[in-house]
Design a protein around this ligand. Structure first.
Ligand code: PMT
Length: 217
């Protein structure tokens, strides 16, 4: 029986992939299943936090006690997350958010021709960086999904986005990252780093929430 160590705390978790429409039929997205973010939302709620889960499209059940806000695009996720942050004590940014979106989504299905086709993409807004800029005394935890120079990229994101700590996962590690039920992460803050072994996403979530508890105390 866990004691409700986070009772009275309001936390936001972003989870899953965003979907950027090209036309009514096609989109740009990524491989995030939502599993890591849902495990975090469930763990925070199990410890008594009031959790708002801002989620891209997934096939996962909503964890018990969690308020769920469904979004599709990075722009929708930005609106939902920045709104919920006003009343929150902290946020965990686990979603895989598109960095680019089609300049405009066609209202009708694009017809194919014989040649190549060029799509113009524009930058989306960075939700985590925006929350970092508005953070005040709140807690902000980020993720970094990397494929090379992992440590340096994660440390740059920690500083740039004003996170309290960042959870690094690398696609070079077997069993880490997208879709599976396990992850291998390193928790990095300004004081140092803690490398965890390969664990279930549930256990990884518990370790992350342990660190959140320590900071909130
Ligand atoms: O969902 P699963 O299948 O379980 O997979 C889990 C996961 C691999 C998606 C997860 O563990 C993870 O690493 N999530 C972050 C993925 C990511 O987009 O990382 P990034 O390094 O591109 O982004 C850095 C941070 O900024 C992240 O906290 C991200 O949520 C945030 N961000 C990025 C861009 C943007 N426009 N807005 C953001 O908030």
């Amino acid at each position: 029986e866990k004691k409700k160590s986070l009772a009275g705390k309001r936390m936001i978790v972003t989870a899953g992939a965003t979907i950027e429409a090209i036309d009514p039929v096609r989109f740009i997205s990524n491989h995030s299943s939502g599993k890591m973010g849902y495990a975090l939302a469930g763990e925070l709620a199990a410890r008594g936090a009031e959790v708002t889960l801002v989620t891209g499209r997934t096939s996962l059940p909503t964890p018990p006690g969690v308020e769920r806000v469904d979004v599709l695009s990075a722009a929708e996720m930005y609106d939902a997350a920045t709104r919920a942050f006003e009343e929150a004590d902290g946020a965990v940014m686990c979603a895989a958010v598109a960095d680019y979106t089609p300049e405009r989504a066609s209202e009708t299905k694009l017809r194919k021709g014989d040649g190549e086709m060029t799509l113009t993409l524009r930058r989306t807004r960075d939700i985590a960086a925006e929350l970092g800029a508005r953070k005040g005394g709140r807690l902000l935890v980020g993720f970094a999904l990397e494929t090379h120079d992992e440590q340096a990229h994660a440390e740059a994101k920690l500083t740039k986005k004003n996170f309290d700590f960042i959870v690094l996962n690398s696609l070079r590690d077997p069993g880490a990252g997208f879709r599976g039920d396990t992850n291998k992460v390193t928790l990095i803050d300004r004081a140092g780093r803690e490398e965890l072994p390969l664990l279930s996403k549930r256990e990884v979530a518990a370790r992350i929430v342990d660190k959140i508890e320590t900071i909130l105390k």
